[in-house]
Design a protein around this ligand. Structure first.
Ligand code: GLA
Ligand code: ZN
Length: 688
């Protein structure tokens, strides 16, 4: 046993869990044995069962029937599988909507929906809350203490929003709790603007297309109202999760409880949810084949939910998705590469959706471990089986191990929401894109990174990167100042420090409470369409790095900061676009006043990383990823992951043992990395 820590309740596993969603109730009983034989071939040890079983488990309000799920649980347990048991509330049964129409949502346009689809219960419906908790209670009562149970899976992919009367009432209650009085609420929402002073809580209605909005969810007359509704919606669904978790805890005090998140998913503030989960888990369906940096960021964001503790990859497709207009298969080696990438970033489970391909309905073309024919001799199954074998070989080597990060990237749902529902200055600015641009530069530099909420402790980091920190809450400004005061570096961008927690502008120079630390004020903010470029010259005149600025051009007046880059065009030509404020004994606060291209962001990030000695060994090799997990006994396991399209020769950064082949490698030795290659190196303690 090397580094495994008891991070999941009291359960420590002996290897990375491998398997996925298994829904045998959707197939004839005759294929179940074939399934189990195939799972054995693929080294699959963990199955998530019952995610969409509500209508089977409860055919009507008075009747519960566990016979089929019992059989699934027994069969899989006898085959030695570990089970993640779901509470089955992700999709509602028809009788529920028929009997209680209130469980169906009212959408943004104000249309009350009728029965259909899934993931669409009104979070405030008393009938849904009562019956979902009752089902979770029954399931927990039945399977608590079961020998194969390793975790509870509540609901499925919570998301969306509802604007019904139940939600309106719940919103008013939420507002009373959060604002205390109507005076406070009127002040927070700045309601004197456009004659909105509320004199009775009952006057408040949800912000949607019938009330404050036009052109959709991002266009609102009152940001404060819409922002509070986003927070309320996230909290309302959290209450659904908490209802079910409480029901489980009545029967089972220790088995960890989770729900599957969706990574960078705007409607739900996962930071607000995190403390209620025993471990984080998420479903990885990247938008395209070149999403490696984005996935790394998302894994780090998910790991950051529980203070750096390992998370689970709850779902990924072994081959293709079905929900996109075009659904390419994963190329040979890609599923393996992406799976190891999740482990490299802290996953202690690698699970698929799903084990056998759907017979019918909208996911019949979605890839699965077993296709419709149940073949075990096709490419995708062979790749699944090979990875299973490798995960067996890795055993407990990295279980519980953490990421040793000295750099933090701040991620904030409130800033995301506030920046994107803002009228002005530029609708083309997207929060995720700005974050991803800064992340890409850090990722390419092989930097070990924590992606953390703005409330996290910053005292362990040398560098804090805070792109588009639009909303500034609590004592964050002081905590950032402390990073700089102890010789660290802080980097932020345009449109930061603009608003308080209610989305009201600071009655001060921009960037508000951050102005002192950055040593500047922003006098004007120009916005241009995406095709307008302003060249930005970076560094000393002899360095002559020219990058491109777009979308936002803040006119900066330095007040102590040095100019590190200047605009090349327009009436602000020659004025600062990038600044650095040196503080105290070697602290630096960098400010980037425009949306720089990748080269420009890379230059700024590189300057900061170099001064802290944090540029990684493969920073110059495009698309070669390095991620390290460190056990609590100090053992370091380095993952080299090649996402590039060409083979590369690299000089190894450490001496160590390849955990998959047992081969020994020396520091400086040349290794050829082919596209999709993975090298997992247990570094020797005395490695240089
Ligand atoms: C989500 C759901 C699964 C399935 C997959 C298909 O992640 O949780 O039930 O629909 O998508 O990609
Ligand atoms: Zn509702």
């Amino acid at each position: 046993m090397s580094s495994a820590a008891p991070h999941l309740g009291d359960r420590v596993h002996d290897k990375i869990l491998y398997g996925g969603d298994y829904n045998p109730e959707q197939w004839p009983r005759t294929v179940w044995d074939d399934d189990l034989t195939a799972f054995k071939l693929a080294h699959i040890d963990t199955l998530t069962v019952g995610v969409f079983d509500w209508s089977l488990l409860q055919p009507d309000e008075q009747t519960y029937d566990f016979s089929l799920l019992d059989e699934v649980v027994q069969t899989t347990t006898s085959a030695g599988k570990r089970l993640v048991i779901a509470t089955a509330t992700g999709a509602m049964p028809p009788w529920l909507a028929h009997q209680y129409p209130e469980v169906c949502r009212t959408d943004f346009e104000g249309r009350r929906h009728v029965y259909g689809q899934r993931h669409n219960a009104c979070p405030s419906s008393p009938a849904f809350r009562r019956l979902s908790a009752a089902l979770a209670d029954r399931i927990a009562q039945r399977y608590a203490g079961h020998s194969s149970l390793v975790a509870w899976h509540v609901g499925n992919e919570y998301g969306g929003a509802c604007y019904c009367d139940h939600c309106a009432a719940a919103f008013r209650l939420w507002l009373r709790e959060h604002h205390g009085s109507l005076d406070a609420l009127n002040h927070a929402w700045n309601t004197t603007f456009w004659s909105h002073r509320f004199t009775d809580w009952e006057q408040i209605v949800p912000p949607n297309a019938l009330s404050e909005h036009w052109r959709g969810p991002n266009h609102t007359a009152f940001q404060g109202i819409t922002l509070d509704y986003m927070r309320f919606t996230s909290d309302a669904m959290l209450a659904n999760f908490v209802d079910e978790k409480a029901a489980i805890r009545r029967h089972d005090a220790t088995t960890p409880v989770t729900t599957n998140f969706m990574g960078m998913y705007r409607p739900i503030d996962y930071h607000r949810w995190a403390e209620h989960l025993d471990f984080a888990s998420w479903d990885n369906y990247p938008p395209d084949e070149r999403s490696h940096a984005r996935m790394a960021l998302t894994h780090d964001l998910m790991r950051g939910l529980k203070d750096g503790a390992p998370f689970w990859l709850m779902e990924q497709t072994p081959t293709m998705t079905a929900s996109r207009d075009v659904n390419p298969v994963k190329r040979p080696g890609v599923m393996r590469l992406w799976s190891w990438q999740s482990v490299a970033h802290g996953a202690d489970a690698v699970l698929f959706f799903q084990m056998r391909q759907s017979r019918g309905a909208c996911e019949k073309y979605h890839g699965a471990v077993l296709d419709h024919a149940g073949r075990t001799d096709n490419r995708s199954f062979r790749e699944v089986a090979k990875l299973g074998e490798e995960l067996d070989r890795l055993g407990d080597a990295v279980l519980g191990a953490r990421t040793p990060a000295r750099v933090a990237l701040l991620f904030d749902w409130d800033s995301w929401w506030a920046a994107e529902i803002s009228d002005g200055p530029n609708r083309h600015v997207r929060y995720q894109e700005v974050v991803m641009a800064y992340h890409r530069a850090l990722w390419q530099a092989n930097v070990a990174l924590d992606v953390i909420p703005v409330t996290a402790d910053l005292s362990g980091y040398d560098v804090v990167v805070a792109p588009l920190l639009h909303m500034l809450k609590g004592d964050l400004a002081q905590r950032l100042e402390r990073v700089v005061a102890r010789s660290g570096s802080v980097l932020s961008t345009f449109l930061s420090g603009r608003v308080d927690e209610h989305d009201n502008a600071f009655l001060a120079d921009v960037p508000g409470p951050l102005a002192g630390m950055f040593g500047l004020r922003v006098e004007e903010t120009d916005a241009q369409p995406p095709d307008v470029v302003n060249p930005v010259r970076l560094g000393d005149p002899d360095e002559s790095v020219v990058s491109e600025g777009r979308l936002i051009f803040e006119v900066v007046i330095p007040q102590g900061a040095e100019v590190m880059g200047t605009y090349g065009a327009d009436f602000y030509a020659g004025t600062p676009a990038v600044t650095r404020n040196r503080v105290g004994d070697g602290g630096e606060a960098w400010y980037v006043a425009t949306s720089l291209d990748d080269d420009g962001v890379g230059w700024v990030v590189g300057r900061i990383l170099r001064r802290h000695g944090l540029v990684g060994p493969y920073a110059d090799v495009e698309d070669l990823e390095l991620a390290v997990r460190e056990g609590n006994d100090g053992t370091r396991t380095a993952f080299l992951l090649h996402h590039g399209r060409e083979a590369v020769d690299v000089a190894l950064h450490a001496t160590g043992t390849d955990l998959l082949t047992g081969e020994e490698y020396a520091h400086g030795q040349t290794v050829r990395m082919e596209p999709t290659d993975v090298l997992i190196l247990r570094e020797h303690a005395d490695s240089p």
